[in-house]
Design a protein around this ligand. Structure first.
Ligand code: PZK
Length: 287
């Protein structure tokens, strides 16, 4: 009997379907966003790269935290997942000072209630990674909140649990990635709970859309870092004088090909699998 899926939600570049009361299908498209705008041109296989990476990390972090992954589908771009009760916070871990963390630090010397040493530079590695929760804003622009505000939303015990697990997940993945020439500057997790109230890692894990990936070989604090995956597309967009409002520009073929190559390179470095081998049998990524 064929499975029928009911569409339940759209993200900027992903779709979510219900398979039944207990299972969801998370489908990653080949759409790409730059400067918060989804571009009209797709990057072939981007969704498969992100799905494969997410499945890879779920398989390798099971000892740190249970996750929602049930199966990688043969198309390589969709994951069958357990349906959970989602926590109403984004769990962000920052190992480097960039993005809204850098902005907040420059304004106040603090990030989400963490007082940081004075004199830190943009993109500087933090002595210890910090947990910086955010609310899930409808606008799509998540708002950093303090631990106290996060505790109001999920309870103090659950917050302490997601903080410890988020930091453990980040340390594990960041160490793995650094050895393979990729800095994971920061990352965002979403957690849910199952029918027994157990914490479960959901959404996507350590993909370049949920994390900032930087090339390690050119890393230098004191300036913004190039994105491992999106820099070609960003640089091209910057040559156009585009105002970063919809609609975004079409990407020329060489920018599409260069960007696709970077996604595939990230996949191959991190998983130590050939991307073609993943396409042949996506379950290989589970080891
Ligand atoms: C869930 N999202 C965000 C992601 C979208 C929207 N395992 C789960 N159980 C219940 N709900 C969710 C998940 C997960 N993951 C995730 N919204 C609900 C989201 C991707 C595409 F359109």
């Amino acid at each position: 009997m064929p499975e029928t899926a009911t569409h339940v939600a759209s993200g900027k570049v992903r779709e979510l379907y219900a398979l039944d009361d207990e299972r969801l299908l998370l489908v990653a498209s080949d759409r790409i966003s730059t400067f918060d705008v989804v571009l009209p041109t797709e990057i072939p296989d981007k969704g498969r790269v992100l799905t494969g990476l997410s499945a890879f990390w779920f398989a390798r972090t099971e000892d740190i935290c249970a996750n929602h992954l049930l199966a990688v589908k043969p198309d390589g771009r969709s994951l069958e997942c357990r349906r959970l009760e989602m926590l109403p916070i984004e769990c962000v871990v920052r190992g480097y000072l960039t993005g809204s963390g850098w902005k907040d630090y420059q304004a106040t010397g603090e990030v989400c209630g963490h007082t940081l040493p004075t004199g830190l530079r943009e993109s500087e590695r933090l002595a210890e990674p910090i947990f910086t929760p955010a609310t899930k804003a409808e606008s799509g622009h998540d708002e950093n909140i303090t631990r106290e505000a996060a505790a109001e939303l999920v309870g103090a015990d659950r917050l302490a649990q997601v903080e410890a697990i988020s930091l453990a997940l980040y340390r594990f993945a960041a160490e793995h990635a650094t050895k393979r020439g990729i800095i994971i500057a920061d990352t965002k997790f979403e957690f849910g709970t199952d029918g027994d109230d157990r914490l479960v890692l959901a959404d996507e894990a350590f993909t370049p859309d949920s994390s900032r990936f930087w090339p390690a070989d050119t890393y230098a604090p004191g300036r913004g870092q190039p994105s491992f995956d999106k820099q070609f597309a960003r640089d091209y967009c910057e040559t156009l004088g585009w105002d970063k409002a919809y609609p975004g520009p079409e990407l020329p073929d060489d920018v599409v090909e260069g960007t696709r190559a970077r996604y595939v390179e990230a996949f191959e470095r991190l998983t130590e699998l050939r991307f073609d081998d993943y396409l042949e049998n996506p379950e290989r990524v589970l080891r």
